[in-house]
Design a protein around this ligand. Structure first.
Ligand code: ZN
Length: 83
């Protein structure tokens, strides 16, 4: 993983603190419910983790971006990203 910050704070107009906005804030703060990863193309639930952009440093692979691919689609020659 990189240490670079992808996002930075901008000086913009803050959102109005209406009751609807308060509800949105509360919902955003709630933990996301767990769900089973499923392929949106074939419906399969078997995944394979890949890494893109791995660097070799002192004989060891470091970094890279992890991605989940659908195994069922991969076997048919299709690359379907799930996460
Ligand atoms: Zn699939």
């Amino acid at each position: 993983m990189t240490d670079k910050h992808r996002f930075h704070v901008i000086h913009g107009t803050p959102t109005l603190d209406t009751s609807a906005e308060q509800v949105r804030k509360r919902v955003r703060a709630m933990p996301k419910p767990a769900y089973m990863v499923q392929c949106h193309r074939c419906g399969g639930r078997e995944v394979i983790e890949t890494k893109t952009g791995v660097m070799m440093k002192n004989g060891k692979p470091v970094g890279g971006t992890k991605q989940l691919l659908c195994v069922g689609c991969l076997l048919k020659g299709e690359r379907v990203l799930l996460v």
